[in-house]
Design a protein around this ligand. Structure first.
Ligand code: GRF
Length: 217
């Protein structure tokens, strides 16, 4: 069965684009049923519209608080009947009002090797700490910020002379590769959230998520 994916994004949309490409190429057995943003002027919306994808803009500034925005977002997404909600650079903290009903069908990509560096400025923090590697984590979203169990990680080396920009570009290339793999694994039902743990083929995954080769099978 072909899956329906709602992408939520606030910025450029390179991950949304990679997911749309993966659907077209058959790497994901599914399609983007909507690309939604909390920023009406976000480039991701124009990029999605140019591909002929449905878009939705819901300006968070029009709502009195996070819960009101989350209720409106949920109601706006329901008509698109998503099987999976994929956060791709969505720069808005979601509350349990949104997260709880979508638990297990809500994933995010974070630009660090979680549990290292939840929150913002991950690349600058990895450089300041003198780390030798960085990376990205696809994880289920649970009520605690950036704390949901990992589905898949990608690692990259940190090189002498790196700045947050060069490191971000290296990590992003990996994001574009691993996000489609993880999304397909969720849509197929091989990867699931059981309580607060991620499982692959009914086996609990370690904190670093699945082996990529196991997901690519
Ligand atoms: C990505 O680096 C992602 O890890 C982070 O936000 C960025 C979004 O980039 N959460 P894009 O809009 O997909 O190009």
């Amino acid at each position: 069965m072909s899956g329906r994916i709602a992408v939520l994004a606030s910025g450029i949309g390179s991950n949304a684009e990679a997911l749309a490409d993966a659907c077209e190429d058959g790497l994901i057995n599914g399609s983007l049923c909507v690309v939604a943003s909390n920023r009406p002027g976000a480039p991701v919306l124009a990029r999605a519209a140019a591909r002929g994808l449905p878009t939705l803009a819901l300006d968070h500034r029009a709502y009195p608080d996070r819960a009101a925005f989350d209720t409106a977002l949920n109601e706006a997404l329901l008509p698109f009947e998503p099987d999976l909600i994929v956060l791709a650079g969505f720069m808005r903290i979601l509350t349990p009002t949104f997260i709880t009903p979508w638990r297990g069908r809500l994933v995010n990509i974070h630009p660090s090797l979680l549990p290292l560096y939840p929150g913002l400025d991950t690349h600058a923090r990895a450089l300041a700490a003198g780390d030798r590697e960085a990376g990205a984590t696809v994880h289920f979203v649970i009520e605690a910020l950036d704390a949901g169990p990992a589905i898949l990680q990608a690692r990259v080396p940190i090189r002498a002379g790196d700045d947050p920009g060069t490191l971000a570009a290296r990590v992003q290339r990996e994001e574009h590769r691993i996000y489609p793999l993880a999304v397909q694994a969720c849509l197929s039902g091989r990867v699931r959230l059981a309580g607060d743990r991620a499982e692959l083929d009914e086996t609990v995954l370690p904190a670093s998520g699945a082996e990529e080769a196991a997901l690519a099978r």
